[in-house]
Ligand binder design. Structure first.
Ligand code: FES
Ligand SMILES: [Fe+2]
Length: 366
């Protein structure tokens, strides 16, 4: 039987493609002939691994031409990493784009990091372009108004006889904390208060564990779609070529969820949409944060540590293994659309449960 090009062939053929080039997908489906060499999986499966592609989006294959919204839900409410703590000194100011908004992050002289909307409430200058930290406030580069990033309030208009600061001189601010060597901002579509907490990962400050290793990458997928992978058991075989790790226990409690497998040797905890902590006993602990850039794109940060007893490079090896694994998911995620309702089999009910659980993180859902 004649066989079309495999995904590996396609990846190689298209390795030079620019990310923006979306060639027609004609002739790019794999054949469904049984290939004895891959354990009876349909030919071409599982997906190829390509570690370099995770951090180099130009190596990714995009063929989807779909013009509508790929997902019907907005940016979820939750805690999300916006920077590594080490990257922001007191007095430091950074422009960010997350939650489909321009943001400014700065660290006051008191060492506290603060996040606000980037465009000044006065005449709209970007506060990170020339803005200056003044004590614990951020002074706009355009006319020098000073904003307290904790409340978002304007606290000084430095000219004229201004005694009265207009009450509306207020930039939106975001609750911000530092934990696990990361700066986290709370996003809520309607400015609501945080309704869950960021867990402290004890291993990140334990001398028996290696210093943290942060790997980050951007994927054109919604945080919910990425999280759905964990309850999509069939994909482990067809995308990754492995069986799903059998669960001993699955608990959902409000915004929290936990899966325990292999008699406790493998524990995955979830806090909201896009914050997870995975522990593989004696091998690795890692925290995953998927920060929405917009409703269908995320900035992923995976923060690893490994027992020092496992030797130098143990965290790097674990990171490479997990990144190599996610390289098999990325082409699926970036070309898929959200099917609602999906046509699924009886064994896939957890996917629907996960979708119901996810609803609590949206203020508005189309
Ligand atoms: S635009 Fe910011 S002070 Fe005028
Ligand atoms: Fe996966």
């Amino acid at each position: 039987m004649e066989r079309g090009p495999t995904m590996t062939d396609i990846t190689e053929i298209n390795a030079e493609d620019e990310r923006s080039e979306r060639s027609l997908a004609l002739g790019e489906l794999t054949s469904t002939a049984i290939n004895d060499l891959n354990g009876g999986l349909p030919s071409g499966l599982p997906m190829p691994r390509n570690l370099a592609m995770v951090t180099d989006p130009t190596q990714r294959k995009l063929v989807t031409h779909f013009k509508g919204r790929r997902v019907p839900f907005p940016v979820p409410n939750g805690w999300f990493v916006v920077a590594e703590s080490k990257d922001l000194e007191p007095g430091g100011v950074r422009a960010l784009f997350y939650f489909d908004r321009d943001l400014v992050l700065y660290r006051g002289e008191d060492g506290v990091a603060r996040v606000m909307d980037a465009h000044c409430t006065h005449l709209g200058a970007h506060l990170a372009v020339g803005g200056r930290v003044d004590a614990n406030c951020l002074r706009c580069p355009f006319h020098g108004w000073a904003f307290d990033g904790s409340s978002g309030r304007c606290v000084d208009v430095p000219y004229g006889d201004t005694k009265h600061i207009p009450p509306k001189a207020h930039n939106r601010s975001y609750p911000t904390i530092e934990r696990n060597h990361m700066i986290w901002a709370w996003y809520h579509a309607h400015d609501g208060e945080p309704f869950y907490d960021v867990p402290e990962v004890d291993e990140f400050s334990d001398d028996e564990w290696s210093p943290i290793l942060c790997r980050d990458f951007v994927v054109n997928v919604a945080a919910q779609e990425m999280a759905e992978n964990n309850v999509d058991f069939a994909h482990f075989r067809y995308v990754h070529g492995t069986d799903a790790i059998p669960e001993n226990d699955f608990i959902v409690d409000g915004t929290y969820k936990r899966t325990t497998s292999l008699d406790g040797a493998f524990v995955r905890e979830g806090y909201g949409l896009g914050l997870g902590v995975l522990r593989v006993k004696g091998y690795v602990t890692f925290l995953s944060s998927t920060t929405p850039i917009d409703e269908s794109k995320v900035h992923v940060r995976w923060i690893f540590t490994a027992p020092k007893a496992n030797g130098d490079g143990a965290a790097e090896q674990a990171a490479d293994a997990f990144l190599s694994g996610v390289s098999q998911d990325i082409p699926i995620w970036e070309n898929k659309i959200y099917r609602d309702p999906p046509i699924i089999t009886k064994t896939e009910k957890l996917i629907l449960e996960h979708r119901r659980w996810s609803l609590q993180f949206y203020s508005d859902f189309d």
